[in-house]
Every structure is written in C-alpha cells, then in structure tokens.
Design a protein around this ligand. Structure first.
Ligand code: AMP
Ligand code: ZN
Length: 496
C-alpha cells in the first residue's frame, strides 16, 4: 500500500509520489510563524501537524528536507515594532526564540532550515524583477509594485487553483495593499510596498525604491531558494490557502522558473483549525491559550502535543480543558502500560522457563533475548498503524490501533501471560510508532508513584545504614528501568 494524501490542488486524495526520480528524497515547506507574539496552541496545531507529516514520511523511508520560514517582517510586526520603540530585530528575536523553545517543548523535530524573511530580500527582489520583465507585475503611482491578476491570466496561467474564485467580482485596476484580504476583495496584491513614514526604519533598497516585501512573496522566495522552483509538499493552516498560498503559486509560477510541465508545488496540505466553542482560536477573537498558559497550569508539552495530534488533520476540533484532562489520562494509561511491558521485557532471564508465553500479536514468543532492545517489532501492530496512516494520515485511527494494543496488552499483563519476547516485540514496535507520534519519554520527575516511593525507602534505608536493604531497593528500581542519580538537589530517578 502506498501513502495517500489529500491534495488541495486536486481536492482529492492522491497517491503520494515524490518528484525525485529515485523516489527517495522529499522536499517540504511549511509556512512558519509570524513572530509578533507568543504562539497560541491553534498555531501549534498546524506546526505539530507538519511535524507529523515529516515524521511519517521518514517512517516510510523518505529522506525529507523540511523548511519552515520565520516571518519576521509584515504588516502586524511593523505595527508592533512601532509601538515597542525598538528595532525590528530586537522586537522579533524574543518571539522567535520563544517559538523555537515551544516547538521543542511540543516534541517537534527541528526543521532542517529556518530561513528568516529579512535575510532573503534579494531573492524576493529577484522574483519581482522576473515578474516585471514578464509584464505580470507593475509599479503603481504610490511606488508599490503589484501583481497583475489580469496579465497573469492573459498568459494562460490559472489564478484560483486552491480555491474557486469569482472573477466577475474583480474590478480590473483595483489593488489591495494589505497582506490579508478575503476572496470577496479579490484584487491585484502587493509584491513590494513602497516605504511610508509609519514603516520607520523597516525598509530596504530595491530597483523600485525603498520599501519592504509583501508577505506572500516572502514564502515564494524562501521556499524556491532552499527547495528549488518545484518541490513536493507545501503545508499550512487552512486559512492560508487564500490569499497566501494562492498568491505564492501565482508569483512563483508567474516567474516561470519551473521545468516544463512541473508546478511550483506538487501537493498542498492544509490543516484544519483548532476551535474554541465553535470559533477559530485566534488572537483577534481573544479566545486563545498560548502554550505557555497551559504549561503554567501544569500541563506538559507531551500532553498538549497528544491532544493537538489526536484528531485527523482535516477535521476541526474544539479545544477544551476537559479534553486536555482526557488526553492526560489517555497518555498516562499508555505510559503505565509501556512501563509494565518494559519491566516484563527486562525481567526475561528470571521469567523464561516460567510463565506462559503468549504474544499480544497472537504468535508465540519469537525467542529474542528478553529485554533485547534489538528485538524484531510486533509486525501486526506496525502493519495496522501503517495502513491507517497511509490513508491520508489518519492519526486518530493510528492512536486507536495503539490503544487497542494497550487494552490487549493490559489484559495479558493482568493474567501474567505476556511473554518477555512478546513484550520486547511490543516495545520495539512502539519505538517505531513513537518515531511518528513523538510522545517522547517521560522525564525522571514523571517516574511512577511506586518507584518514587521506593526511592524514598532507599534513602531512609541509607540514612539508617541498612545498606543491604538500600542496595536491594536500588536493584529493584534498576529492574524497573530506573537508575538513581545523585544531584545537588538530592537523588533523582533517571531512565536506564
Ligand atoms: P501565523 O503565526 O499567524 O502566521 O500562523 C501560523 C500558522 O498557524 C499558520 O499556518 C496558520 O494557518 C495557523 N493557524 C492560525 N490559527 C490557527 C488555528 N486556530 N488552528 C490551526 N492553525 C492555525
Ligand atoms: Zn507562507
């Protein structure tokens, strides 16, 4: 079975075939954050989704190049820089750093490239220049340079590939200076915005005078610079399909740099919104939680990631604190099961001749050394997970498969029927699955309560100079997968 993805361009689920003739390399671009504030978890739903896409492609054996830009100059940022009284860089660097920290907290893999818009002005000028030479762009009386939808269409190009547009509404010659507008205000959009006093020091030289780029040209320039004029995947939240992505296609294909017959992007993926009481979580509606708000309330990055990854990426879902609590409980169930499975796998030498050996996948133990980390993974679990994920990344069914395994494994554990080799196979499969889900390991502070209690007992035994007991407790903890680490703040449990 091949991976199939919903391509917004064709509005259908298609088999994913990379442009690379060897079928190995995949180039993907995800529109990154506008760094004018801390990201809210709606934003992070989209970034966690792009992390899932990357991880799953890697799981499927592709060599992925993942680019995510940093939008560090656009309308909203300039307004805030003005209010801050500082420089653009001073203002954005705080939010850029926070964003990267948040990505890490959520267990997202670091993109291979994180280009900043302000460091790619020359590339933007290059595209605008190509559009001017092809007569698709023009400079208006205000000094700004606009993209002419009429001229573009006259060249035989299609404007309105991602969304259906009503051109009757468009009055030729009308222009839109703002980066954000609706389909109803369809008009020529700004490529280069002539400097106005409110821009302060935020401007660059260009063949058309001092100014700054429009938001859309930024992504065309950074993506084509790093991935070439034609690449495999472009991602973003669904609100970006129009006008941002539509305009990216128009500018990038308008410049005409793609090899014959190839498009700017082969497959466009759009993630649905995270809602609050039925409305898009957004800064402007004020109905948002930043990641930091939730961390301050005691939730962990992995719990929040779990919730953001629980629904299919094309389904909107409502964020609630009850949902987060339910996610916490589900994750705890999974953690607990995996801890027990790891104990069974580690206890192999003592257990081998003893308990009945029944694999949760229905087969007899495969005879790997128990606790053997290189055990062959439980193929049934892997196959079931792959089948649902291949179907347009159906991650909610992916979790379903995993929780079914948890249920069955708990049943076997309760009746002492999980063999060490089956446990090792289950763990090996889990590690493959987790390379996609990115649940990550629990930190030492999250050791189960019984292990924390044993640590306290060991400390008490040591204080009482009962070294036999303290050593026995240390060994018992080790068998459970925890080593004791002495820190300046006292002893802590760490995963073996
Ligand atoms: P921004 O920082 O505003 O440029 O947005 C960054 C990303 O977050 C974009 O891909 C948006 O589409 C996405 N986004 C914004 N709001 C939401 C939301 N409520 N749910 C999911 N994604 C969102
Ligand atoms: Zn973009």
């Amino acid at each position: 079975m091949a991976l199939r993805l919903f391509n917004t361009l064709s509005r259908s689920v298609e088999e994913f075939v990379p442009l690379d003739t060897a079928g190995k390399a995949v180039r993907m671009y995800c529109c990154g954050p506008t760094v004018y504030d801390f990201g809210h978890i709606g934003n992070f739903r989209t970034f966690v989704f792009s992390d899932l896409v990357r991880r799953y492609l890697q799981f499927r054996g592709y060599a992925v190049t993942h680019v995510m830009n940093i939008t560090d100059v656009e309308d909203k940022i300039i307004k805030r820089v003005r209010e801050s009284g500082g420089t653009l860089r001073e203002f954005v660097s705080k939010y850029e750093e926070a964003f990267l920290e948040d990505l890490q907290t959520l267990g997202c893999l670091h993109p291979h490239h994180l280009p900043r818009a302000t460091e790619h002005i020359a590339e933007m000028v290059g595209i605008i220049d190509a559009l001017m030479k092809r007569d698709i762009a023009y400079q208006a009386a205000d000094g700004s340079v606009y993209f002419s939808i009429e001229k573009y269409r006259a060249c035989g190009c299609r404007y309105g590939q991602l969304v259906n547009l009503n051109f009757d509404q468009m009055r030729v010659g009308e222009r839109v200076a703002s980066d954000e507008y609706t389909k109803e205000s369809l008009a020529d959009f700004a490529l280069w915005k002539a400097r106005v006093p409110e821009d302060g020091a935020v401007s660059w030289d260009s063949p058309w005078g001092q100014g700054r780029p429009g938001w859309h040209i930024e992504c065309s320039a950074m993506s084509m610079k790093l991935l070439g004029p034609s690449f495999d995947l472009h991602l973003g939240g669904e609100d970006l399909a129009f006008p941002h992505h539509e305009d990216e296609i128009a500018q990038s294909e308008g410049a005409g740099w793609q090899p014959p017959g190839q498009r700017f992007v082969k497959c466009w993926l759009h993630g649905a919104h995270l809602l609050v009481e039925g409305k898009k979580m957004s800064k402007s509606l004020g109905n948002f939680f930043t990641l930091r708000d939730l961390l301050a309330n005691g939730y962990t990055g992995r719990e929040i990631r779990y919730v953001l990854l629980s629904a299919h990426y094309r389904e909107t879902f409502n964020f609630t604190l009850d949902g987060l609590e339910a996610g916490r409980a589900a994750l705890a169930r999974l953690d607990e099961c995996l801890t027990k499975v790891a104990e069974v796998a580690r206890a192999a030498p003592e257990r081998t001749g003893g308990s009945a050996s029944l694999s949760p996948s229905g087969g007899e133990g495969r005879g790997e050394g128990a606790g053997n980390r290189a055990a062959a993974p439980d193929q049934k679990l892997l196959d079931e997970f792959t089948a649902v994920m291949d179907d347009d990344l159906n991650v909610s069914k992916g979790w379903g498969t995993l929780f079914e395994w948890v249920r069955e494994t708990n049943r076997l554990l309760a009746t002492n029927q999980l063999s060490p080799s089956a446990a090792a196979a289950g763990l090996a499969a889990w590690e493959r699955l987790d390379s996609v889900l990115g649940r990550g390991r629990k930190s030492e502070s999250e050791a189960p309560a019984d292990s924390v209690a044993m640590l306290a007992q060991r400390q008490a035994a040591r204080a009482a100079k009962d070294f036999k007991r303290s050593d026995a407790l240390r060994d018992e903890l080790k068998a459970k997968g925890w080593v004791i680490e002495d820190t300046p703040k006292g002893p802590k449990l760490k995963r073996t």
